[in-house]
Write a protein that binds this ligand. Structure first.
Ligand code: NIG
Ligand code: FE
Length: 423
C-alpha cells in the first residue's frame, strides 16, 4: 500500500506537460497548476491535478504523504551532456588558462584531453567506479534525475570499453539513470598523431562493432572541430554509427564555425551541442530538421568565450536544451544552478524557457521524451521539490541549488531536510 505517494499543496506544480521537444515559442509553456498534487504508484505518475481535485477522488490515508506547502514542484532535471567518467584532474591547466593560454593551444601541445586520456587509461575500473559514484551523488543533489555520460578519455579499445562499462555499472548501482554515449572520436590519440583518417577507420572497424554488439551505448558523438575531426571525417564515422543502430550527437561549432550544426541536420542527429559559433544557416537547419540545440553556458563561461546565441536560436524556432558539459578540462562543474543562471542572465532565455530546456527538451536530447522530462500521467515519477514557493527562485538564487527533495522512480532519494542523500 505504501509504495503509493501523494505530493500535495504544491504552491506551483510545474508540469512541463508534453511528450516531445518544445520548439521556439512553445518553450515558454510550462503548464503550471496552482496548489497542485501528484499521485505516484510503483514509480509511475498516476494522477496530476489540483490538491482539491485529487483529494476529492482519493483517500489521503492510502498514501505516504509529502506536504509541499509553500514549495514549487517540477520534473527532475535532465543533464543531457556530460563527460563525468574520467581519471585525474587538470587544475594546473585551468590555472594556465587563467593566465591567458587558449584551450586549443594547450591541446596542440599535448595537454588538454590527452592528459585526461593518460590518467583514464591508468585508472582501474574500481577507481573510475568510486569517483563516478561520488560525482553522481553530487549531480543528483542539483535535482538531476537522468544524466548522459560520454566515453572519449580512452581513445583505445580497452579504455573506451572500460569507460562505457563503468557507466553501465553506475547506472545499475545508483538511482540516477545514466544514458551512455560512445565518443571514441573525442581527439586523435598520440598513437595516430597526424593520421586522423586512419583513427576514424580504426574506430569503425574495431571499436564500434563491440560497442553496438554489447549494447554499451545508445549514442555516438564526435568532436567536429578544426584540428580535431573534419566535417568529412565526422560524417563518415556518424554514418556508420547510425547504420549500426546508434543515435547521433555532435560537438559542433564550438571554437570555429565548421558546419557541425548543418551536418547534424543532414544526418538526422538527435542533438548538436556547444554551438558557440553556429552559423545562421546552421541555426535554420537545426530548427527545420528538429535537431535539439544543446547549449552549455558553463563551458563558454569557463573558457571565457562568448555565449552561444540561445535567444536567437529560440526566436528562430529551435528546440534548445541546456546541460553542464561536466568534464575535467573545459568545464569542471556539475552545477545546474550555474547553468540556469547563465542561461537567463547571459543568454537572455526566459526562466520558463530555461526550465523547458532542462526538462522535456533535455529528455528529448537523450531520446527519452516519452518516459521522462514532464509530470504527465504514465511517465516515470522523477520529481523535484524546491525550498521556495516559485520556480522563479531558481536563477534568482544565483549559482546555488534551490532543490530540497529529489524523487527518483517514485522514491525519495535526496532530502536537504534530512541531511541530503538518502541512497
Ligand atoms: O565538450 N570540446 C570537447 N570536449 C569537451 C572537453 C573535454 C576536455 O577538455 O576534457 C567539451 O568541452
Ligand atoms: Fe562535451
Amino acid at each position: 500500500m505504501k509504495n503509493r505517494i501523494l505530493i500535495k499543496n504544491a504552491s506551483e506544480l510545474v508540469t512541463c506537460s508534453g511528450f516531445k521537444a518544445k520548439h521556439g515559442n512553445e518553450m515558454n509553456e510550462l503548464h503550471v497548476i496552482d496548489n497542485g498534487a501528484v499521485i505516484i504508484e510503483d514509480g509511475i505518475i498516476k494522477a496530476v491535478g489540483t490538491t482539491e481535485g485529487i483529494l476529492g477522488m482519493h483517500r489521503e490515508s492510502d498514501f505516504n504523504v509529502i506536504d509541499a506547502e509553500g514549495k514549487a514542484v517540477l520534473p527532475g532535471f535532465v543533464d543531457s551532456h556530460t563527460h563525468f567518467v574520467f581519471g585525474g584532474y587538470r587544475a594546473e591547466e585551468f590555472s594556465w588558462r587563467l593566465r591567458g593560454d587558449k584551450y586549443m593551444d594547450i591541446m596542440k601541445r599535448g595537454g588538454g584531453i590527452a592528459s585526461s586520456v593518460k590518467s583514464t587509461r591508468e585508472a582501474s575500473m574500481q577507481q573510475l567506479l568510486d569517483a563516478g559514484l561520488k560525482r553522481l551523488n553530487s549531480i543528483l543533489s542539483f535535482g538531476v534525475t537522468t544524466v548522459e555520460g560520454k566515453s572519449g578519455y580512452g581513445l583505445d579499445f580497452d579504455t573506451e570499453i572500460k569507460q562505457l562499462e563503468v557507466m553501465k555499472e553506475l547506472d545499475r548501482m545508483h538511482p540516477l539513470d545514466v544514458v551512455r554515449t560512445f565518443m571514441g572520436a573525442h581527439a586523435v590519440p598520440v598513437e595516430y598523431a597526424g593520421r586522423a583518417d586512419d583513427y576514424i577507420d580504426y574506430l569503425i572497424a574495431s571499436v564500434l562493432p563491440c560497442v553496438t554488439e554489447k549494447r554499451l551505448a545508445e549514442f555516438c558523438d564526435v568532436f567536429c572541430e578544426e584540428n580535431v575531426f573534419s566535417v568529412e571525417q565526422s560524417r563518415k564515422l556518424l554514418t556508420k554509427a547510425k547504420d549500426m543502430g546508434l543515435k547521433l550527437k555532435i560537438h559542433a561549432d564550438e571554437i570555429v564555425q565548421l558546419g557541425g550544426a548543418e551536418l547534424a541536420a543532414e544526418l538526422g542527429a538527435v542533438s548538436a551541442d556547444h554551438l558557440l559559433q553556429a552559423s545562421n544557416e546552421g541555426i535554420k537547419a537545426m530548427a527545420e530538421g528538429s535537431v535539439i540545440s544543446t547549449l552549455l553556458p558553463c563551458t563558454a563561461f569557463s573558457l571565457r568565450e562568448s555565449f552561444a546565441r540561445g535567444r536567437e536560436m529560440i526566436d528562430r524556432g529551435c528546440a534548445v536544451a541546456l546541460a553542464t558539459d561536466f568534464n575535467p578540462g573545459s568545464c569542471f562543474t556539475e552545477s545546474i544552478a550555474l547553468v540556469f543562471a547563465l542561461a537567463c542572465i547571459q543568454m537572455n532565455l526566459s526562466i520558463e524557457e530555461a526550465i523547458t530546456a532542462l526538462t522535456i527538451n533535455g529528455a528529448a536530447a537523450v531520446g527519452r521524451e516519452h518516459e521522462i522530462g514532464s509530470i504527465d500521467i504514465g511517465k516515470k515519477a522523477d520529481i523535484i521539490i524546491l525550498e521556495f514557493p516559485s520556480y522563479k527562485f531558481i536563477p534568482y538564487h544565483v549559482g546555488v541549488s534551490t532543490v530540497e527533495k529529489v524523487i527518483k522512480n517514485g522514491k525519495l532519494v535526496f532530502d536537504k531536510e534530512k541531511g541530503g542523500l538518502l541512497c
